[in-house]
Ligand binder design. Structure first.
Ligand code: PEP
Ligand code: MN
Length: 361
């Protein structure tokens, strides 16, 4: 449930509500909105709900107490009506602009990374991607250069000025990856690795959480909830395709997830058409589709010589294809940004109705 404080509530009253929640054995999460403070009450409430609603509602400074039926709380629009805007280095994700994350699937060598990084930096990328620890389906496939690749990535950031994102696969890698990367990526295979989610929830770096290839949107948001409730509010969601009966494409890109997520959550949403399709010629049209349905960004794999790539060559864009795609993406984004965005969520009463989504175009 959410406790909506009156616009006139004092600090002492807010503190009083939080202490009461703690005394009930539950955890309060405060969100200071534009007009008023909302406190989410998280924990096993069970049969206490009606009595608790009454007790919290009677505390000084409380305007309303709203029971929320959705299982995700801190990631929900009801709790946090404004879009979350995530900042790292000189980049912003979720402010209405279009983030372009580009780079190789795997970092294969210093030269391969630098050649790609310099090209994408000169052609509109805002974040450099590159895999150091690779989750491969086969144990015999290239597994990534590990820490050596992290060092190359940090050097590429210094050369290009682009912030860097790379995947972390295990809780015990979180510290070392966070030492080098600006954003930590959780891959599709690890979306429900709860010890990893909790570990990245404790660090001071944004996290990009990819959708599990067999996960529902609700399961995905519950995974994000693990990260946010562990203390890290800076989570980007990445739709990278789900497994269906279709075999012409590697996965099926669920573009409906983008506006759906904007309705359900305040977290920014990025689309990855590379892993979704598995075919390079399908990447530009679906990247453009992502921008058209309101994604906050796209992530694409790029390789100077895709035929020689050690991983995901078939879906990696060549450098000229990437440059042409960015030109088209920017045009589409300039035309459609914000079009079709629904107004505030309507079916769930709550503080979402109080504060307008002001800064969306
Ligand atoms: C990746 O982005 O390098 C990757 C492995 O993606 P996914 O987890 O979506 O398969
Ligand atoms: Mn890949």
């Amino acid at each position: 449930m959410f406790v909506v404080m009156a616009a006139t509530a004092t600090e002492a009253e807010i503190l009083g509500v939080k202490s009461h929640i703690l005394a009930e054995g539950l955890t309060p999460y405060e969100h200071a909105g534009v007009q008023r403070t909302v406190i989410a009450v998280v924990g096993e409430i069970g049969g206490r709900k009606p009595a608790l609603l009454g007790r919290l509602g009677a505390l000084p400074g409380v305007e309303t107490v709203t029971p929320i039926s959705r299982p995700f709380k801190l990631t929900s629009r009801e709790f946090h009506p404004e879009d979350t805007v995530i900042r790292f280095l000189d980049t912003t994700v979720g402010d209405g602009g279009l983030t372009i994350m580009a780079g190789p699937c795997s970092i294969e060598s210093r030269e391969q990374l630098f050649e790609t990084a310099e090209f994408v930096a000169a052609h509109g990328a805002t974040v450099l991607r590159g895999g150091a620890f690779k989750p491969r389906t086969s144990p015999y496939s290239f597994q990534g250069l590990g820490v050596e690749a992290l060092r190359h990535l940090a050097e590429a950031r210094d050369r290009t000025g682009l912030p860097v994102i790379t995947e972390v696969m295990e809780p015990n890698q979180v510290d070392i990856v966070a030492e080098y990367a600006d954003v930590l990526q959780i891959g599709t295979r690890n979306m429900q690795n709860y010890s990893l989610l909790t570990a990245v929830g404790r660090i001071a770096r944004p996290v990009m959480l990819k959708r599990g290839y067999g996960a529902t949107v609700e399961e995905w948001l519950m995974a994000a909830e693990y990260i946010v409730s562990s203390g890290n509010p800076n989570v980007i969601l990445c739709e990278r395709g789900i497994r269906t009966f279709e075999t012409y494409t590697r996965n099926t890109l669920d573009l409906s997830a983008v506006p759906l997520l904007h309705h359900l959550t305040h977290l920014p949403v990025v689309v990855d058409p590379s892993h979704a399709t598995g075919k390079r010629w399908l990447v530009p049209p679906l990247a453009i589709g992502g921008a058209a349905v309101g994604a906050d960004g796209v992530m694409v794999e790029v390789h100077p010589r895709p035929d020689e790539a050690l991983s995901d060559g078939e879906q990696s864009l060549t450098l000229p294809m990437y440059a042409a795609m960015v030109d088209a993406l920017r045009k589409v984004h300039a035309e459609v940004a914000g079009l079709g965005r629904d107004p505030l969520p309507t079916e769930t009463p709550g503080p979402g109705h109080v504060i307008a989504r002001a800064h969306r175009p």
